[in-house]
Design a protein around this ligand. Structure first.
Ligand SMILES: O=P(O)(O)OP(=O)(O)OP(=O)(O)OC[C@H]1O[C@@H](n2cnc3c(O)ncnc32)[C@H](O)[C@@H]1O
Ligand SMILES: [Mg+2]
Length: 166
């Protein structure tokens, strides 16, 4: 079985490698949504499109897409992450990740149109946080990293896939 991940970001590729003890290839594909998705709907669309594009481009058995977004709930801005798994037979599975609120100073910058990756890196004074512990790692003091969080999403995808194809 060949597994294609629609990203070359190591946090995403490593999350998939941790769950599938098989050939996993990370490839750069368009998400079809904004660089910074807002809200569940747009983030889910990005995850699904990455999964399909990765499977098609790599001619893989399974495609996985992981997408990071932000979402306003009442007055607070939350991390919002979604994953999708597609297979050759047209099966499509979706699962969501952990949520936590971001500080208001991050929200202020995001509502002006900035991307979360650079905003978090400036906040934490650390380069490419999006490829390391992620925002979730910064704001949980390292308890849950972005790789851990995506790994749980991939487990939710794979578990459902096994259930629905049993
Ligand atoms: O190469 P890709 O797969 O695109 O990896 P990415 O880090 O850009 O990830 P996304 O496109 O899925 O995320 C959309 C934006 O949100 C940022 N982002 C999402 N979750 C984040 C997190 O936990 N920590 C830091 N940045 C995050 C990310 O850097 C992008 O600017
Ligand atoms: Mg991106």
């Amino acid at each position: 079985m060949q597994i294609a991940v629609g990203s070359t970001n190591p946090v995403k590729v490593n999350a998939v490698i941790a769950c599938f003890g098989e050939a996993v290839e990370g490839i750069s594909v368009p998400s079809g949504v904004r660089e910074q998705p807002w809200g569940d709907e747009e983030t889910i669309v990005g995850a699904k499109q990455r999964a399909k594009a990765a499977m098609e481009q790599a001619k893989a058995t399974i495609g996985i897409g992981l997408e990071g977004g932000v979402q306003l709930i009442d007055d607070r801005l939350y991390l919002c992450n979604w994953g999708a798994l597609v297979d050759e037979g047209g099966m499509e599975i979706v699962a969501g990740g952990a949520r936590l609120p971001l500080p208001d100073e991050i929200k202020e910058k995001m509502v002006k149109g900035e991307e979360l990756g650079p905003v978090i890196s400036a906040f934490a004074n650390r380069s490419e946080v999006n490829k390391k512990e992620g925002a979730i790692g910064i704001f949980t003091n390292g308890a849950i990293t972005r790789t851990n969080m995506y790994k749980q999403i991939v487990e939710l995808l794979l578990g459902q896939y096994h259930f629905y194809t049993r």
